[in-house]
Design a protein around this ligand. Structure first.
Ligand SMILES: [Fe+2]
Ligand SMILES: [Fe+2]
Length: 285
């Protein structure tokens, strides 16, 4: 791991976090049940959140934004990024676990089956490419996990809130008010969320996708807001309207998993056209 202390990777694969989120929001499950996740029943996931909540501070987020958001890691096509991401092999069970590209295709194909516009299908196809952060050496807790604003009080709608006790921002009074360092209703564009794959892929793709797709990519892990309605004090009216798109996107991300493996070979011509319709041959990463 570059520059930072070596941290144990508590999840067997990034998918384990995605699976946990899907299990949390099973249709019919109440919000009360959501709050009662026991660390004992989910030790890897709990350890993951312990690290995430302890280390995602405002300073950390600002440092990662300064490191990555100038997009100076070189040029890559969408396809090169997808193939690169696919080299992230899941250590748990290589036979049943879907590769990263398969998750992207299952998401985008479910969107396509429902007859949504082409840009929406494309958003599904690229939404997790920011997970290449893992291949740059970032620990899991800085790549995946539900996102939340830093620099203001943590919502009690965030899963495993007790792990914030170890976060040094808890000692900074200014960061512990509902609005923290932000103006009320300032708009989410001015708010720093915990660092991860959403913000990164949003920056890589934002010049090429319509705004609803940008919201889908940028906020798809912001469960406290799009699932639980938290942080409305920082959202403006435009965010609230646009969050309808983040909510529309979410079920495709969570519930499109199936045992049927999509065939990249068969689907490739469609996605080659779709990617070329919106993106240049190479993007800055
Ligand atoms: Fe994601
Ligand atoms: Fe996803």
């Amino acid at each position: 791991m570059r520059g930072t202390e070596e941290v144990a990777q508590p999840l067997q694969s990034l998918e384990e976090w995605d699976d946990f989120v899907a299990s949390r929001y099973q249709p019919g499950k109440s919000q009360e049940e959501f709050r009662h996740y026991s660390a004992e029943a989910n030790p890897g996931v709990a350890e993951f959140y312990r690290q995430n909540h302890a280390h995602q501070t405002l300073d950390f987020v600002l440092a990662k934004r300064a490191e990555y958001l100038p997009l100076k890691r070189g040029k890559k096509s969408i396809w090169e990024a997808a193939e690169y991401l696919n080299t992230l092999v899941d250590s748990s069970d290589p036979d049943t676990d879907l590769s990263q590209i398969e998750h992207l295709l299952q998401t985008s194909e479910a969107i396509r089956r429902d007859g949504h516009p082409r840009w929406f299908v494309l958003a599904g196809f690229v939404h997790d490419l920011g997970k290449v952060l893992c291949l740059y050496g970032e620990p899991q807790w800085a790549v995946v996990g539900d996102t939340f604003p830093v620099g203001c009080a943590w919502s009690d709608q965030i899963v495993f809130p007790e792990y914030f006790d170890a976060n040094p921002d808890g000692q900074v009074a200014e960061y512990q008010t509902p609005n923290g360092i932000y103006e009320p209703r300032c708009g989410l564009d001015k708010v720093y969320l915990s660092w991860g794959h959403d913000e990164y892929i949003y920056h890589v793709t934002r010049n090429y996708l319509p705004e609803p797709a940008q919201y889908m990519l940028r906020y798809h892990s912001f469960y406290p807001a799009h699932k639980h309605g938290a942080y409305r004090n920082l959202m403006n009216e435009h965010d609230e309207r646009m969050f309808e798109w983040a909510r529309k996107f979410n079920p495709y991300d969570l519930y499109s998993k199936s045992a049927e493996r999509p065939s990249l070979k068969e689907l490739r011509p469609y996605y080659e056209d779709l990617v070329a319709e919106y993106f240049p041959a190479q993007l800055d990463w």
